[in-house]
Ligand binder design. Sequence first.
Ligand SMILES: [Zn+2]
Length: 106
Amino acid sequence: MGFNIKKNDTVLVVTGKEKGKKGRVLSVMPSKDKLLIERVNIIKKHMKPNKKYTQGGIIEKESPLHRSNVMLMCPRCGKPARISNMAFEDGKKSRVCKKCKEAIDQ
Ligand SMILES: [Zn+2]
């Protein structure tokens, strides 16, 4: 199965503790099969904790989710959808939503 979620897609988390959240894909890590999704799977990181007091701040950062935890939100029908890849007669390729059968990429 190909990797068919791309940067700037909107995805829905379908499993795990972030289930039900939607977000825009910030980056894709194909080698690791992981996605960074805006405002999803936020972890708090302590930065430079000071010996004396809490001079160091806490930053919030997205942590990658495995791609099997998300589904693409089809921009055409607005539903979480399974995707197939299709090549058209004019040579263009697009992902196609299996639900509404519309081409997703222009
Ligand atoms: Zn659709």
